[in-house]
Design a binder for this molecule. Structure first.
Ligand code: ZN
Length: 96
């Protein structure tokens, strides 16, 4: 466990219903992280993302996730800053 190599990178979650954006950071594969989100939403967990995508008129198909390296080309910094929230806290506890 102590020798686990951490390879952090950041990613952006966008709700394509209301265009709310969340920035997160993960040390695991993006695909695995997305599976976590899907699972949390399904189970109605009390996390920022799960609560958002369990709102009325929302569902899992409104969630898009991408590494910020890719997104940076499409979105100016001020747009990123406007509605970003860290969801890292959820996963610090999760990963420890
Ligand atoms: Zn939304």
């Amino acid at each position: 466990m102590a020798t686990f190599k951490v390879q952090n990178f950041k990613y952006l979650i966008t709700c394509n219903k209301c265009y709310k954006q969340y920035v997160g950071q993960t040390s695991t594969k993006l695909k695995e992280r997305l599976n976590d989100y899907r699972c949390n939403i399904k189970l109605h967990k009390n996390t920022t993302i799960a609560v958002h995508f369990n709102n009325p008129l929302h569902n899992i198909s409104n969630l898009s996730i991408a590494p910020t390296e890719q997104i940076d080309y499409k979105f100016p910094a001020e747009l990123l800053c406007r509605e970003v929230r860290t969801i890292l806290d959820d996963y610090i506890t999760h990963n420890n």
